[in-house]
Design a protein around this ligand. Structure first.
Ligand code: HAM
Length: 442
């Protein structure tokens, strides 16, 4: 065997396999999130993972960490087109809305979920392939929509049993307001040129707002006295921001206005927000978003106000594992179907399909083996019942029905067509079984 063939193949660093039972918890979380999004009238979209590179450079901004150093970009060897694995979902969503004229007639509330790719240094809560669930609204300009997105996410935290999420808000105003603030900010920071670190010096004239977000305590100290963007907002921007806060107050949502919340993508204006937690260490931002009224026009579409958010599924899963109530152990099958012999095998397939028609979760034993070994597997799978079929049962279309978690119910021989009725009755009449198997009767 040559050297490369003997090397064990591994997943790419920072790109993880999500396996059972973890993947089942993911599916549940996604189902809870989708139910929540659909409860607010959001419709699903499925968008490409690969997009033209200029989409991201134009949307996210040339002088951002994502575009400067985190994109997985490559040239299509067939036609020389520059392509990129999407680092986020907003740009692609805006592209699709423009391409299909989606927002021409009516406002659109859309949602997506799927993998995003950023070439970051992997650590807990930060991966190179990670999953987002995102929502984007196109065609509505008022702060009521920004508030709706926040209400929606708050409902999701509640449905997942998460209590310790804090909301941070800021307004990035309008481009003219940011331009005035930027000039004053640069002048201020130039006065501290000697104290700036390499990163801040590099950003001073390209993206000074991001310096406010620095984690370096020395830079934070300098920034404490820097001009504050909120002081540059005109009447319209202030109205929007106050309007948003008023709806949140009315809805009983607590928040902090954080003037340092500047976001790492350039397309935002007006309100931006982040949901953060102290439970996840350094990567404490679980969900982030805001308004981006200029993006659609900037990408060549008709001017269309827009706003949205995306949450990081890995971070949310980690939080649910620590605090959430709703993502407990995956639900076991209702029935493990054990069988031995040719005729029994055929009846087993029939019995399994009949049960599934009635909504019963069935794990059909495959691969032969003794009844003793099969019963061990039935027990290990956590099934409520074993259905056992041997030659005798197969001869007269009956099965042995054995309750595995409830000794009192014992074992009985029943006709195969009566099976769904027996099992249904058991789940309706047995509260513990209902809870353990995750359904209120079948
Ligand atoms: P973002 O802040 O770059 O915004 O990402 C949103 C969320 O994705 C973060 O708060 C975090 O939970 C998760 N996330 C980001 N990078 C990673 C990573 N490397 N590993 C694990 N999780 C990560 C956006 O992506 C915007 N498109 C949000 C948006 C939608 N704004 C308006 N609409």
């Amino acid at each position: 065997m040559n050297q490369s063939a003997s090397q064990r193949l591994q997943s790419v660093r920072g790109m993880n396999d999500i396996l059972p039972p973890e993947a089942e918890r993911w599916a549940r979380l996604e189902a809870v999130a989708i139910a929540c999004l659909e409860g607010y009238g959001y419709k699903p979209v499925r968008l490409p993972i690969v997009e033209p590179t200029p989409l991201f450079t134009r949307a996210i901004g040339e002088v951002t960490d994502i575009v400067e150093k985190e994109m997985y970009s490559f040239v299509d060897s067939l036609n020389g087109e520059e392509l990129t694995l999407r680092p986020e979902g907003t740009a692609g969503c805006a592209r699709a809305v423009i391409q299909h004229g989606l927002a021409n007639q009516a406002a659109q509330r859309l949602y997506y979920l799927g993998p995003m790719f950023r070439h970051e240094r992997p650590q807990k809560g930060r991966y190179r392939q990670f999953y987002q669930i995102g929502a984007e609204v196109f065609g509505l300009s008022g702060p009521d929509v920004d508030a709706e997105l926040i209400l929606l996410t708050r409902r999701l935290w509640r449905n997942l049993g998460l209590a310790d999420m804090r909301l941070q808000l800021n307004s990035l105003g309008q481009p003219e307001e940011r331009a005035r603030h930027r000039a004053d900010l640069i002048a201020y920071l130039e006065g501290f040129a000697a104290g700036l670190d390499e990163d801040a010096r590099r950003r001073l004239h390209s993206n000074p707002l991001r310096i406010l977000d620095s984690k370096n305590p020395q830079i934070q100290e300098i920034c404490a006295g820097a001009p504050c963007l909120l002081d540059y907002l005109g009447a319209e921007s202030l109205d929007h921001f106050v309007g948003l806060q008023r709806i949140l107050w009315d809805a009983g949502i607590e928040f902090d206005v954080n003037p340092r919340l500047v976001r790492g993508l350039d397309y935002y204006n007006h309100g931006v927000f982040e949901w953060v937690t102290d439970s996840l260490g350094a990567q404490g931002t679980v969900c982030a978003g805001g308004r981006y009224d200029g993006l659609v026009a900037q990408l060549g579409g008709k001017p269309t106000p827009a706003c949205g958010f995306a949450l990081g599924v890995e971070r949310l899963m980690a939080l649910c594992a620590a605090h959430g109530g709703g993502m407990d152990a995956p639900s076991p099958p209702d029935v493990y179907l054990a069988h031995q012999g040719g005729a029994a095998g055929r009846l087993a397939v029939y019995a399994a399909e009949t049960l599934r028609d009635a909504g019963v979760k069935v794990l059909l034993h495959c691969g032969g083996g003794s009844f003793k070994a099969q019963m061990k597997k039935a027990d290990g799978a956590g099934a409520a019942f074993a259905v056992i079929i041997g030659d005798d049962e197969a001869a007269d279309d009956t099965v042995q029905l054995k309750a595995l978690r409830d000794a009192a119910s014992g074992q009985r021989r029943v006709r195969v067509d009566a099976l769904p009725g027996f099992i249904r009755e058991y789940f309706f009449n047995n509260d513990t079984a209902k809870k353990e198997n995750g359904h209120g009767g079948i």
